[in-house]
Design a protein around this ligand. Structure first.
Ligand code: FMN
Length: 170
């Protein structure tokens, strides 16, 4: 895994990268961390910084780690790891050892943040902003109904804006 220029991200299509390929959101430190799959989010430019947007429901075990950490990593994988991402998106770290179950190998970055050896791309990010969605924030109430009222998926998401400080490729 090698640190690379942030400009590398210009070659990626964020719609495909997050929405189709999915990512692992990992927070914590080498002693205790957790990871989960996410396919909602974005990459962009805010406050003159390269940023990512991540949406995590409070029920997720990962939410606790994200809340307790200054940093998180967003990591992306080749197709062969799809099953591992499926597992990290359907089992909770509360009762499953995701590292043992997937065969992913945790790696500590120079910042102290955790990613996995098998990632083809890792974004090492610092938290800048957090907000909890509220029902009254929804301009289009149908979105609220569709994704939160009618579905047993869980509570309204916490929204995190994180600065992409470093990019690693393998
Ligand atoms: C393809 C896919 C995408 C997902 N995207 C998100 C997401 O963007 N935000 C979220 O809160 N949960 C998302 N999830 C659900 C979590 O990954 C799932 O609840 C996971 O088991 C949480 O693990 P944890 O309790 O160890 O944190 C997604 C699941 C899958 C399979």
């Amino acid at each position: 895994m090698k640190k690379t220029d942030l400009k590398t991200l210009g070659q990626e299509n964020a719609f495909d990268l997050i929405g189709t390929q999915w990512m692992l959101v990992t927070a914590g430190n080498e002693d205790k961390f957790n990871t989960m799959t996410a396919s909602w989010g974005g990459l962009g430019f805010l406050w003159n910084k390269p940023v990512a947007f991540v949406f995590i429901r409070p029920e997720r075990y990962t939410h606790e780690f994200v809340e307790a950490s200054d940093r998180m990593t967003l990591s992306f994988y080749a197709k062969e790891w799809r099953k591992a991402l499926q597992l990290c998106g359907t089992k909770s770290g509360r009762d499953t050892d995701k590292v043992a179950a997937t065969g992913l190998t945790p790696v500590k970055l120079e910042s102290g943040a955790i990613t996995f050896e098998e990632a083809r791309l890792t974004l090492d990010c610092r938290k800048l902003f957090k907000a909890d969605m509220k029902e009254s924030d929804f301009v289009n109430k149908k979105v609220m109904e569709q994704w939160y009222n009618d579905k047993p998926g869980g509570s309204l998401h916490s929204v995190y804006v994180v600065e992409i400080e470093s990019v690693f490729e393998s």
